[in-house]
Design a protein around this ligand. Sequence first.
Ligand code: SLC
Ligand code: ZN
Length: 597
Amino acid sequence: SSNSLKSDARTFFEHENELLRQRRRNEFLTSYEYNTNVTEDNRKAMIAVATSNAAANKEMTRNVIASGYVDSSDEDIKRQATILGDLGIDVLPESDYKELLNAVSLMQSNYATATVCPYNKEGKCTLQLEPHIQERLSDSRDPKELKHYWRQWYDKAGTPMRENFKKYIEMTRKSARLNGYSSYADYWIHFYEDSEFEANLDKVYKAILPLYREIHGYVRYRLRSYYGDEIVPENGNIPMHLLGNMWAQQWDNALPLFTPYPEKPFIDVTSEMLRQNFTVRKLFELGDEFFKSLGMRALPKSFWDLSVLTRPADREIICHASAWDLYQDSDVRIKMCTDVNTHYLYVVHHELGHIQYYLQYEKQPTVFRAAPNPGFHEAVGDVIALSVATPKHLKSIGLSDVGKLDDESRINELFKNALKKIVFLPFAYTMDKYRYAIFRGEVEESKWNCAFWQMRSEFSGVEPPIQRTDADFDPPAKYHIDADVEYLRYFAAHIFQFQFLRALCTKAGQYVKGDPEKSLDNCDIYNSKEAGEAFSKFLSLGASVHWKKALNEFTGETEMDPSALMEYFEPLTKWLQAENQRLKVPIGWGDTDIQIS
Ligand SMILES: C=C(C[SeH])C(=O)N1CCC[C@H]1C(=O)O
Ligand SMILES: [Zn+2]
C-alpha cells in the first residue's frame, strides 16, 4: 500500500540523512581545524576527509537515483531525493577531486598568509590584510600610500595564483559536465530554483542603476574637489584606491570625504565604542542580546568555547569571517579576526545571522539544513544589523545621544548606508557575471585579466590606480574567487534584506507605509516578540520548501523585489537628484550608456 511505500521511503531517507550528517560533521571539523591553524598537515588532513566523503556521497547519490524516489508523489520525499541526487564537485574522479581541492586550498592559504611592505618607511614586509592593509585603505588620504598598498596586495594575492585558478576552472568545468550542466555557472544558478533567475537579476540591476549612477556622480565630484583633477577625472571611472576598500565593494569608509552635510553631528560608532572600552566579546554579546530580545535562539556555551573570534598570536589562520555548522548538538562556531570598530560590528551581526539560521533549522533532516535560496542565508544578519545601526537603537545601547535625526542628518545617515548597500550591488553583480563568462568559456584565457577590469568599469565605473595588463592576474585578490564561494548570494541578500526588514518592522509596529514617524530607516525591531516569532517560523523551515513558498508566508511576496530597498532610500534618491542638478554634476562614466544584455 502507499503507506508502507511511504514508510520505506521515510526509513531510507532517515538512514541516508543520518550518515550524511556524520560525514558533514567529520568534514567540517577537519576543515575548521585547517581554517584555524593553516599548516600543510592540516590542509592534507582536510583534503583526505573531503575525498573519502566524496566517494561516500557518490554511493549515496547512486542509491537515491536507483530508488526512484525523485518521482515520488510525496512532495517532501521528492524534494529530499532531488537535492540528495545532486552531487556537485563530488562527482569528479578521485584524482581530479584532489587536484581541485588542492588548487582551492592553495589559493585560500596564499590569501590568508600574503603580507606586504610598509609604505615609505623601512621595516619588515609583514603587514597583513586584516587588520593592517584594510586599515590603511580605510583611513589613509594619501593617494600615493593608497596606490602602494593597492598594488602590493594585488601583486601578492592575485597574479601568483594564476595557475591554481586555471586548474580550478578546468576541474569545475569537468564536474559540471559530468553532472549534466552546460557549465559550472549553470550549476551555481540551479541553487536558486528559478528558471527566470538571470533575467530577474538583470531586471533588479536595471532598477537600482539610476540611483547608483547618482551616487557615483556625486562621489566622483566630491573626490575631485578633495584630491584635485590630476587624480580624479570629471567624467571617467573613479580610481578605486580612493574609495576606502581594497575591492571598492563598499565606500562607507571614505564617507568623511563626501558627507552631504559635513557640519552636521555624525554618529561615529567606532570612537564611541573605543571610548567605552568595548571588547570583541561585547560586540558578540550585543548581537546575542538582540536575537534573545526577539525570543530567538541564544548562543550555546559551546559557541563561546569553540569559536575563534580574534587573530591568534601563535599561528596562521584564515581570517576571512565565516560561520560554521558542525551538525551536532547545536555545535555552531564563528571564525574571524575581529577588531572593535563599526565595520566589525556589522560583520559580527552578519555572521551571527548565519549562526541563528543554523540553530533555527537544526531539527530538519540533514538535507534540509540549508537555506532554500543562497541569498536568504546572507540576509539574516544584515537585517538585524540594519536595526542595530539606527539612531534609535544606538541611543538605546548608549552608543549615541541622538535618537531622532533632523532632515539633514538623516540624509547623511542614508548616504552612509547607500555607500554600503547600493554601491555593493554592481560589485556583487560583476563578481559572478565575470566568473559566469569564464566558466562558460566566453573569454579566452589570454584576456582573463582585462575582461575583469573591463567589467568592473562597465558595471561600477571604477578602475585600478595603475595600468593593469594580461601579464597581471588580479581576480584572486578577492577572497571568494580563491575559495570557490559563489557571490550572487550577496547580491540577492542585499535585495531580500529590505523585504525582510519591511515585514519584520510591520510585525513590530515600527513601520507604517507613508507615516514619516514610522519609516523603514528608523525602524528598530529590538524586543519585538511578534517579529521574532515570524522570523523564527521562516528560518526554521530550512530548505524543506521552495524559497518562494517560504518568502510568501513571511512577507507576502514571491519574488526578489527591490521595491523595499528603493522605498528605504527614497528620501536620498530625491535629494541626490536635486543636489547633482544644482551642482551640475556629470552623471555616468563610459562613453556609451549602460545596456544590460
Ligand atoms: C562576511 C562575509 C562572510 Se559570509 C562576507 O564574505 N561578506 C559579507 C558581505 C559581502 C561579503 C564580502 O566580505 O565580500
Ligand atoms: Zn555571510
